[in-house]
Structure formats: structure tokens, C-alpha cells
Design a protein around this ligand. Structure first.
Ligand SMILES: C[C@](O)(CO)[C@H](O)COP(=O)(O)OP(=O)(O)OC[C@H]1O[C@@H](n2ccc(N)nc2=O)[C@H](O)[C@@H]1O
Ligand SMILES: Nc1ncnc2c1ncn2[C@@H]1O[C@H](COP(=O)(O)OP(=O)(O)OP(=O)(O)O)[C@@H](O)[C@H]1O
Length: 304
């Protein structure tokens, strides 16, 4: 039996996040256009005497090391379904910002699930793995599949999207996180009394992705959670302005924030935007990454 398995999982940016009104179950219907970007967490799973989690990386201190960790929850759910003892050591090498709106916890959930499936030889079907992911969280199925996809329902029902080229991104990480439920609550508060339309994916945006056209994508990106994130974290407006002034084609909050995302025309322009953001003093760290990135990948295997 294999004794250690490592899985690499990408972060995401939402190039469109259309949010409907609150549903009776507290979630919101979405038209969520996910794009996986080349910033990765790695989850390593090793047979052990009991379930244990460790984490390394700049944000490691903010990651829960108990059974609330999405990686632990993934391992426990797969073990429950296959009647397996979940005694494993899960180690997370974390490069995706915590509570940053880039689906870092979701990446670890998807990574742990795929790693345990390989370690235990459960050979769960694609549909079963996606079903477990959806149980863990709305973003988790996309972390498993990567690439680009439209998420409907609460974001967990995925349709793969065509991407016709490489997009160059710059991400500015903030000095604190934002809670996803708090941002959705603020969205509800700001929308009180307003008629919230059904969320739909924009044709222009899907065409821009399919063509690999950064100018067309820049003109079409949108995030309905951005006003809510800015309301809870007003200083993000300065970061967005600094990236625009540095030459970004588009500047937006990534998902529920507070990471801000900047689309650049090419790698050189991305470096200039990154320099301008670093010099602006409006963010904690700056990273460049290209997209689309592959989904969760077992080391030495092809992507999920
Ligand atoms: C903002 C996004 O990151 C965009 O991709 C996602 O919608 C959030 O996905 P996630 O972090 O996996 O969220 P979940 O763990 O499923 O839900 C956390 C909380 O976010 C809110 N939530 C999430 C997804 C959704 N479609 N509607 C919501 O209102 C709910 O308050 C929920 O209790
Ligand atoms: N493996 C994990 N890594 C990071 N946070 C985790 C993990 N498991 C559970 N959490 C909890 O989830 C919270 C949200 O963290 P996460 O990094 O997933 O946020 P996010 O990237 O904003 O999520 P999303 O973009 O999916 O809304 C953290 O504050 C932490 O308490």
C-alpha cells in the first residue's frame, strides 16, 4: 500500500459573481464564473496512529488544526462512507491566503479528499467525490476540477467552460481576512428593499474566456459581493485604485475578499502592476499568477 500521497490544489478567482436574493436555507443562488489560478496549497496524507493535522506557511497560525479543518472533514467523510479508520496525518503546505476569498480552505478539503482516496485505494467515482465536495462547501467542487467553470445553485453545480488562452493576474493580499458569511450578510443588508434579479452568467464574459481575450474579459468582469466587501473593509478601495493606476486592465475584489485581483495584458504588465501595488503600501503581499490552472492533482498523476 502507498504510505504517503501529496496533492496540489489551486486557488480561484471569480471573474463573475452574480448573487441572487437569500434563499430559505440561508444560501444565495449564484452565477459564479470560477477561474483556477496558479497559486497552490499542497496536502500530504500519511498513514498514522490517529487523525492529526499540521500546517506550514505564512498564514499557518490562522488555520484550525482540529476537526473543523476542511481537510479533516474531507478525510472523515470519505472514511465514514467506506467504513475506514481515518487515522492519517494531514499536512498542509499553505500558500493560498487564509480567509482571502481565494478558496484556500476549500482547496485543502478537495486536496485531502483526493489524497485519502489514493492512500486508501477507495477509488470513489468522480460523481461521489464531487458529492462529498459539495457537502463540505460551495467552493470545494471547483477546487477539485479547476480550469474554468460556471457554478450555479449555491455555486456547487458545475459546468466546465472553455478557455482560449492564458490570463495574467496579480493578487494583493490584505493584512486581515473577511468572513464569507459576514460578506453575504452585508450583501443582504445593502440590498434590503431592492429587487434582486436572478443571477445569470454574462455572454460577453463567457466569450472573452473562450477567446482568451484579456481586454474583453476586463470589460466583462463583475462581482456583486464587491460593494459588501468594500463596506466592511473600505481601505480595499485604495488597493483597487493603486492597481488600476499601475496599469491593470481590470481591478476587482476576489470572491468575498479581501484579496484584490488585477488582470494584466501580459506577464511584463503584470510585473509592473505588482511593483506599483507593492510600492503603494496598501496591501500586505503581492503575488502574480496565471490562469487557468489545473484542478487537484496527485503528485505524479494527471489532474483530477
Ligand atoms: C464567495 C464564494 O467564495 C464565491 O466563490 C463562495 O460563494 C463561498 O463559498 P464557500 O466559502 O465554500 O462557502 P460555504 O462554506 O458553502 O458557505 C459559507 C457561508 O457563506 C454563505 N453563502 C455561501 C455560498 C452561497 N452560495 N451563498 C451563501 O450565502 C452562507 O452564509 C454560508 O453559510
Ligand atoms: N484548511 C483550511 N485552511 C484555511 N482555513 C480553514 C481551513 N479549514 C477551515 N478553515 C476555516 O475557514 C475559514 C475561511 O478560510 P478560507 O481560507 O477557506 O477562506 P476563503 O478563502 O475566504 O474562502 P472562500 O473563498 O471559499 O469563501 C478560516 O477562517 C478558518 O477558520
Amino acid at each position: 500500500m502507498t504510505e504517503t500521497v501529496t496533492v496540489r490544489v489551486p486557488a480561484k478567482v471569480n471573474v463573475q459573481l452574480a448573487v441572487g436574493g437569500a434563499r430559505p436555507d440561508g444560501f444565495h443562488d449564484l452565477a459564479n464564473v470560477f477561474l483556477a489560478v496558479g497559486l497552490y496549497d499542497e496536502v500530504t496524507v500519511t498513514a498514522a496512529d490517529e487523525l492529526r493535522i499540521t500546517c506550514e506557511g505564512p498564514d499557518a497560525a490562522q488555520v484550525p488544526l482540529d476537526r473543523t479543518n476542511l481537510a479533516a472533514r474531507a478525510a472523515l467523510e470519505l472514511a465514514r462512507r467506506y467504513d475506514i479508520d481515518p487515522a492519517v496525518h494531514l499536512h498542509i503546505a499553505k500558500d493560498i491566503p487564509v480567509a482571502g476569498g481565494m478558496a484556500g480552505g476549500s482547496a485543502d478539503g478537495a486536496g485531502a479528499l483526493l489524497a485519502c482516496d489514493a492512500l486508501w485505494g477507495t477509488n470513489a467515482s468522480r460523481d461521489e467525490l464531487l458529492d462529498i465536495c459539495a457537502e463540505l462547501g460551495s467552493d470545494v467542487p471547483f477546487s477539485l476540477v479547476g480550469g474554468a467553470a460556471l457554478g450555479t445553485g449555491r455555486g456547487e453545480q458545475l459546468t466546465a467552460l472553455e478557455v482560449g488562452g492564458t490570463f495574467h493576474w496579480v493578487f494583493a493580499m490584505a493584512d486581515r481576512g473577511l468572513s464569507t458569511p459576514a460578506v453575504f450578510r452585508e450583501f443582504d443588508r445593502l440590498g434590503e428593499g431592492l429587487d434582486i434579479p436572478e443571477p445569470v452568467a454574462a455572454r460577453e464574459l463567457l466569450d472573452a474566456l473562450a477567446k482568451g481575450d484579456p481586454d474583453a474579459l476586463a470589460a466583462a468582469v463583475s462581482n456583486d459581493l464587491q460593494p459588501a466587501a468594500l463596506s466592511l473593509f473600505p481601505a480595499l478601495a485604495d488597493t483597487l485604485a493603486a492597481g488600476r493606476a499601475g496599469g491593470a486592465l481590470a481591478a476587482l475584489v476576489s470572491g468575498s475578499g479581501p484579496t484584490t485581483a488585477f488582470l494584466a495584458r501580459d506577464p511584463e504588465s503584470a510585473s509592473k502592476v505588482a511593483e506599483a501595488l507593492s510600492a503603494s503600501g496598501t496591501c500586505r503581499t503581492v503575488r502574480t499568477a496565471s490562469a487557468p490552472a489545473p484542478g487537484a492533482t496527485v503528485r505524479g498523476h494527471s489532474p483530477f
